[in-house]
Design a protein. Sequence first.
Length: 236
Amino acid sequence: MVELRLVADAAARGPARHVPVAPADAPAIDAAAATLGATSTAGWSTVEHRTLDGVVALGQALGADAVEVAIEPADDATDAALAACRARRIRTIRQLRRALPVPPEPDAIVPGSTLTEVTLRSFRPGTDDEADWLRVNARAFAWHPEQGFVDADDLAGMLRAPWFDAEGFVVATRAGDLVGFCWTKVHGGGTAAMGEIYAIGVDPDAQGIGLGRRLVLAGLDHLDSLGVSTAMLWVE
């Protein structure tokens, strides 16, 4: 997997345009077929074969002040190829997996916490949950270059996605306010189905009471109820 991320202003944090780059027959970091899809400012329909140098040149031609390329796998060969282009690795993303179900265990209540005041329920599309989730997500992921900039249009698109399941979008409320969430999804079907914790977040004002753990367990329990035997989570 290779993805070109075009940063309009290298010094400013904000949403960036993404151009998917599909691997060719040769290793992805040596040759790639760049499928130039629609972006926020323009659209392309041509397919070109490029070296990694060419992918960087593409970003420069599109007026980017900085170019980020996501490459799989993240290994020594990748680092060497990036160094040859005067680039460096700035993030490493890993996939965690575990078998389901999760063995039952008692809640670990943090002394003095208000976890007992928190209620878990399913997300309600078309209600105030949408604006509340955007607020909490932005606060929980203020540090993240992608998740922290999800907006109302992005959310609307995900809620329309074929994989969306409101029952698998668990939210936590305290005194009526949304304070956390665990959004799950399922890839594939049958015995090959893979569950995913798509996004897990807790409002900074509700962190430190064990809420994240409780939400993760609720999300995994939901995936188990669907007959999924393995769950995954992408982490930085």
